[in-house]
Design a protein around this ligand. Structure first.
Ligand code: A2P
Length: 345
């Protein structure tokens, strides 16, 4: 019997959790046992995996006994409560939340960028913020070729970034508005349907929201470079799924546009989508459900001789969260860094 692993998904009923289940199945991840964990709200429900109904278990201290790998996607406070307990019980945790991303003991990994960092883990590996993952995949191949000096990014972030309940809320709001009713707001601070607003995370004293600071700090950590100057504006837009980003890069020397296009078309995890005649470029609707980040509108910044402009759309639930986590797990398997289920060892 080939080696396989006992897996737990913490937050299995959420938008990212259900995508994790789908990816483990479609990518044939070697699983000996699979536990699906959530909050008491989900007690009694089931989730489908390979045609079977798995009972959702409420997470408790015993949940991590005899588990080799935990894929956590239940928010930062839940991760803070459970991740180290899972590590103490012998599991490796790949954590989707922001709880440990900037912890110097915890690697922050995008497999296309810094796969080598995964090997340095001490029990927990952090999955970066979704907009940061999408941007890193697109920008790293250019940065490797010629270091970026300054990066200016504006994001167009879909409802899916705030979870399954936020997606449902936006649909309800759209119906309410079309019927002339006042839109209900429970998850988001303001109506998102037919509207947009600054990303709904707290602002610091410099006027940057938490999401913007994540993009600044996490990108530097993933790239292993504190020198890049980065500024970000993060906006929530009325798109159901997949985020988009307008990225302006400044290099020390001019970057040939044809060469940038060639580098990006060869880079892993990227699909260049450009049809200049038809004004056809990456769109969130077309990025939804895809593994690759769609990158296009690669052009010279006419305001700066060393500037380059990019536009991208990427599925935030997939590459921005669940797929990146599963790819990290696949790295651990390939490097034989996971405890193997005794049944298959
Ligand atoms: P539940 O469905 O039982 O609330 P999303 O990001 O789509 O909102 O999903 C969040 C996920 O995290 C859900 O699976 C949710 O479970 C789970 N979750 C939230 N809080 C907790 C908690 N305190 N303990 C365990 N799971 C939690």
């Amino acid at each position: 019997m080939s080696e396989s692993y006992r897996i737990a998904i913490l937050g299995a009923t959420g938008a990212v959790g259900t995508e994790l289940l789908e990816l483990l199945e479609s990518r044939s991840f070697p699983i000996a046992e699979l536990k699906v964990l959530a909050s008491p709200r989900s007690a009694g429900s089931t989730l489908k995996y390979k045609g079977e109904n798995l009972p959702v278990e409420v997470v408790t201290y015993d949940s991590f006994e005899e588990v080799d790998l935990v894929l956590a996607s239940a928010g930062a406070s839940t991760s803070k409560e459970w991740a180290w307990k899972a590590v103490e019980a012998g599991a490796v945790v790949i954590d989707n939340s922001s709880a440990f991303r900037m912890d110097s003991q915890v690697p922050l990994v995008v497999p296309e960028v810094n796969p080598e960092a995964a090997a340095l883990h001490q029990g927990i590996i952090a999955n970066p913020n979704c907009t940061t993952i999408l941007m890193s995949v697109a920008v790293w191949p250019l940065h490797k070729f010629q270091p970026i000096q300054r990066l200016v990014v504006s994001t167009y972030q879909s409802a899916s970034g705030a979870g399954a309940r936020a997606m449902a809320e936006m649909k309800t709001q759209a119906n309410e508005i079309l019927q002339g009713e006042t839109p209900t707001t429970e998850i988001f601070p303001y109506p998102l349907a037919f509207n947009l607003f600054l990303h709904n995370s707290p602002l610091n004293e410099q006027g940057y929201c938490q999401e913007e600071m994540k993009m600044l700090n996490e990108t530097r950590k993933i790239f292993g470079s504190n020198e890049i100057r980065i500024t970000a504006t993060c906006i929530r837009v009325p798109v159901l799924r997949a985020h988009s980003e307008a990225i302006n890069l400044e290099f020390a020397q001019p970057f040939n546009v044809a060469q940038a296009r060639e580098i990006l078309s060869q880079a892993p995890g990227i699909e260049v989508v450009e049809n200049w005649q038809n004004n056809y470029f990456p769109m969130p609707m077309e990025a939804s459900g895809k593994d690759n980040v769609l990158v296009g509108r690669i052009r010279q910044d006419i305001s700066h001789p060393c500037g380059l402009e990019l536009w991208l759309s990427g599925d935030q639930i997939r590459k921005g969260a669940a797929l990146n986590a599963v790819q990290i797990a696949e790295l651990l398997v390939a490097q034989k860094m996971l405890r193997v289920s005794p049944a298959t060892a």
